[in-house]
Design a binder for this molecule. Structure first.
Ligand SMILES: NC(=O)c1ccc[n+]([C@@H]2O[C@H](COP(=O)([O-])OP(=O)(O)OC[C@H]3O[C@@H](n4cnc5c(N)ncnc54)[C@H](O)[C@@H]3O)[C@@H](O)[C@H]2O)c1
Length: 328
């Protein structure tokens, strides 16, 4: 069996690959694992260093928009886990072209190649941001898609393509929609690694607006465990929300990060709010919990402490990224 992981050099994809190859998912223990990644600014070979010498690991550098490369890559019976995407909301506000290209066109190309190759299953990894913003309660998978940022709109479009490939062609594709992730190896532009690395360098952290936006924070291991359950047992054509971490305002999150590195509110700089900033996201995880037995395992206390420790102990990893970003 082969598992093809697009975007496997990014934050979540590389976590999935490292866990897969370390035996965390026994049903796939014998699988060959092929990472297919373009290595954009967010892709990093170091994220795969722990598995680079594993005999079952293979790396293919390529673009999910490249039909020919995808056709050469995919084989009948492959399981494809599709993480590759442009993933940062702020970048999509600055310009949406790459988001439309990779997230929409790239997913379309991948689905088409998967159909041609007659793969066993595709898991399309999406986000809760496709639902929009919700003041109270939580979204079931049947909630209409009302994305507000160009990033979320591009992911919603890719979800609809996945649905269409299932309905039109019978492609065995599942969609997952997860809440905000955190953990080791996350590119330091997203709030948790940005704040932690700034604080470790003695720099201030930029808090958007009043800091009252609320998010469900899920450890990346729990997201990947949900993706794996869907890869193994998800019903073709079905959408599964993944979440159930801890809901916090950005202010509360900031307080926890300050405490974790021993800093105080003098290190917080209030900056104008993100345009169109969604107030709250919350997914209803009843479907994946009841159908597939999913339950998150990592508490926020334990997960944040582990994450902060990782950034403390892996300064070279993020200093290299910061150096490259300041030179570009
Ligand atoms: N980070 C989160 O909190 C979160 C939450 C829910 C869902 N998601 C989804 O999970 C997936 C992974 O997110 P992430 O945070 O790991 O992203 P990331 O930005 O860290 O990694 C994206 C990876 O995709 C690769 N990539 C980008 N464009 C490509 C292309 N055209 N062809 C091939 N590879 C390409 C990059 O090189 C990188 O390795 C995304 O689809 C994202 O929408 C993320």
């Amino acid at each position: 069996m082969r598992v093809v992981v697009t975007g496997g050099a990014g934050f979540i994809g590389s976590n999935y690959v490292r866990r897969l190859l370390s035996g965390a998912y026994p049903a796939f223990a014998a699988a060959e694992v092929v990472v297919f990644d373009k290595f954009t600014y967010a892709g990093n070979r170091q994220n795969l260093d722990p598995v680079a010498e594993h005999p079952a690991f293979r790396l293919v550098v390529g673009d999910v928009c490249d039909d020919d490369a995808l056709r050469r890559l995919l084989r009948a019976d492959d399981i494809v886990v599709h993480f590759a995407a442009e993933s940062h909301v702020d970048r999509s506000i600055d310009g949406s072209a790459e988001f439309v290209r990779t997230n929409v066109m790239g997913t379309g190309a991948l689905l088409s190649a998967a159909l041609h190759a007659q793969v066993r299953k595709v898991v399309h990894v999406s986000t809760d941001e496709v639902y929009g913003s919700i003041d109270e309660g939580s979204w079931p998978e049947t909630h209409p898609l009302e994305p507000n940022s160009p990033y979320a709109a591009s992911k919603a479009s890719s979800d609809l393509l996945a649905r269409a490939y299932h309905r039109t062609h019978g492609l065995p594709v599942c969609v997952t929609r997860c809440s905000n992730n955190y953990g080791p190896y996350q590119y330091p532009e997203k709030i948790i690694p940005l704040f932690v690395t700034n604080l470790l360098e003695g720099r201030k952290v930029p808090l958007y607006g009043d800091g009252l936006n609320r998010r469900d924070w899920l450890h990346v291991d729990d997201h990947c465990a949900g993706v794996q359950l869907v890869a193994e047992h998800g019903r073709p054509g079905a959408v599964y929300n993944i979440g159930g971490g801890a809901e916090l305002t950005n202010r509360e999150l900031t307080e926890r990060l300050l405490a974790a590195v021993g800093a105080d509110w003098s290190m917080v700089e209030h900056v104008p709010d993100r345009k169109g900033h969604d107030l709250r996201y919350a997914v209803d995880i009843t479907r994946i919990a009841t159908e597939l037995g999913y339950a998150p395992k990592v508490s926020l206390e334990e997960g944040l402490a582990q994450t902060v420790r990782w950034y403390r102990e892996n300064r070279a990893w993020w200093m290299a990224i910061r150096g490259a970003a300041s030179r570009s």
